[in-house]
Design a protein around this ligand. Structure first.
Ligand SMILES: Cc1cc2nc3c(=O)[nH]c(=O)nc-3n(C[C@H](O)[C@H](O)[C@H](O)COP(=O)(O)OP(=O)(O)OC[C@H]3O[C@@H](n4cnc5c(N)ncnc54)[C@H](O)[C@@H]3O)c2cc1C
Length: 467
């Protein structure tokens, strides 16, 4: 009945039902197909989104907004009985304003397409992440994505100057602001950034653009302990203003990925040291010399080499390997991205944050607590670190049925004990919903519920996610 009403209102081109719904629309990344939604709507315009939500509100029909389906908290998939609203057809760059250094972009645009458009116009986007080819700008905003450049440019929240969203009742709210300063009343767009599709559907955004970067310099270096990694971060932050990424790998993680990534030779031998990937890049047009020479790849190499030489001399690191080609740099990133660990049996991934100085203690205690309960547990730590984010992959070959919750309890219990957050950048979705109280107080969760009720009184938007 709902499907038929949607087809009558929007037409067969926009609405699919039954077998006509491609299974990818009810599958989360790396997971088997879940529940087929009641209908799939793929709008081509903002008005299509508005009419869909207005009709679903009248019919009390729950809706799941969906982007590129790369989210890692199962926020963009149906749980049963919902309509999925996929933004994939509402894609494209609407405008690049070079003077304001902004891009107006539709929500369904893949991140990589937006990055390439920015590059072609002589700019760079502030957010980059491994799923760039599939994830969408709308999904990046809805999850407040972080990624590998957060230490330089901040998270997605820092990139959004203007936003358009469709509310649960179909009302379109547009504020495609292009000014850095705009304090005219409440900055309502902030509510939608990181709301994971529970407060409205994001349709368009104005993103900040940054000066295009010249070719980066990339290196791996080895530090003896987590404390040494923190000292190295202090030094890099102060002495290498061109730093873009600072990514740490614990010895067990580095040992695993170097042994299980075919075709990539480890630039540094795996031993009991921490391996850190440092990348720096200058703005392409920046002038360095009195003669007005522009920065290039060689300057980045020289700056990184000088910084790491100083760190070696002062004993902060004991070895380093500087990439001398784009291929070598890509190999370093392949190791850090660590897709090799996905082959481990019953892998459970965690994305948490803690004050930078606490991450080493967290990793030690967490590993010990997991090993005490499950002596054969494999715990692999890695992460962005400079922005307080650490990832953990736990593999238990003999994980009992429904054993994931017990592992979650150990890891999130430790996060709570140390005052961290159960979600650094992937969001809460369905997966972390039971644990929200580990990072947010009752008063905070009550405030979130009040906001949800104000914007979506019937709870039709992405029910069962976040709250
Ligand atoms: C290999 C890989 C690497 C990754 N690396 C990172 C990383 O470094 N940093 C990071 O932060 N994340 C990372 N992720 C996670 C994921 O890519 C991000 O969360 C991304 O922002 C999700 O975007 P999406 O378009 O795929 O959204 P989806 O997965 O489709 O949806 C995610 C959530 O956003 C909501 N949503 C989507 N579009 C809209 C919209 N237009 N309006 C309202 N709500 C919407 C959905 O309802 C859902 O709750 C990675 C994922 C993979 C697979």
């Amino acid at each position: 009945m709902v499907a038929a009403a949607l087809q009558r209102e929007l037409g067969d081109d926009l609405v699919s039902v039954g077998d006509a719904i491609d299974a990818r629309h009810y599958t989360a990344w790396n997971e088997a197909p879940g529940v087929r939604p009641r209908a799939l709507v793929r709008p081509r315009t903002v008005d299509d989104v508005s009419r869909t939500l207005a009709l679903c509100a009248r019919l009390a029909q729950p809706v799941v907004p969906q982007g590129g389906r790369t989210g890692l908290a199962r926020g963009g998939v149906a749980r049963g009985g919902e309509v999925v609203l996929s933004m994939e057809r509402f894609a494209g760059i609407e405008e690049i304003d070079p003077a304001a250094a902004t891009m107006t972009v539709r929500a369904g645009t893949p991140l990589q397409t937006a990055q390439e458009a920015a590059d072609a116009a002589g700019f760079a986007l502030g957010v980059d992440l491994g799923a760039r080819g599939s994830c969408q700008i709308g999904g990046n905003i809805a999850t407040n994505a972080g990624g590998t450049r957060a230490i330089r440019y901040g998270l997605m929240r820092e990139q959004v100057l203007g936003l358009e969203a469709v509310l649960a009742d179909g009302t379109v709210v547009t504020s495609l602001n292009r000014m850095l300063k705009n304090n005219a009343g409440y900055d309502w767009k902030q509510l939608f950034i990181g709301s994971e599709g529970t407060l409205g559907v994001i349709t368009r955004a104005v993103l900040r653009l940054h000066p295009k970067l010249a070719a980066p310099a990339t290196a791996l270096c080895r530090a003896a302990s987590y404390d040494a990694v923190v000292k190295l971060w202090d030094r890099v932050r102060a002495g290498l203003p061109s730093v873009v990424s600072f990514e740490a790998m614990w010895p067990e993680f580095y040992g695993f990925v170097t042994a299980h990534t075919p075709g990539v030779t480890a630039p540094l031998a795996a031993d009991d040291g921490f391996v850190v990937l440092v990348e720096c890049a200058f703005a392409a047009g920046a002038k360095v010399s009195a003669q007005g020479d522009a920065h290039g790849a060689a300057d980045a190499q020289a700056a990184l080499e000088a910084c790491l030489a100083g760190c070696l001399e002062d004993g902060l690191i004991d070895d380093a390997a500087l990439a001398t080609s784009a291929r070598q740099a890509a190999n370093m990133w392949t190791l850090r991205e660590g897709l090799a660990i996905d082959t481990l049996p019953h892998l459970i991934n965690f994305d948490v944050s803690l004050p930078v100085g606490q991450i080493g203690v967290f990793a030690e205690r967490c590993r010990a607590a997991l090993a005490q309960r499950w002596p054969h547990a494999v715990s692999l730590f890695f992460g962005h670190i400079g922005d307080s984010n650490v990832h953990l992959g736990v593999s238990l070959a003999d994980l009992p049925a429904h054993g994931e919750a017990a592992v979650d309890a150990v890891v999130y219990g430790m996060v709570r004990e140390l005052g961290g957050s159960i979600s650094a950048e992937h969001g809460i979705g369905q997966l972390k919903r039971p644990w929200l109280g580990h990072s947010r107080s009752a008063a905070e969760i009550d405030l979130m519920r009040r906001i949800k009720t104000a914007l979506d009184p019937s709870g039709m938007l992405n029910p069962g996610k976040v709250l």
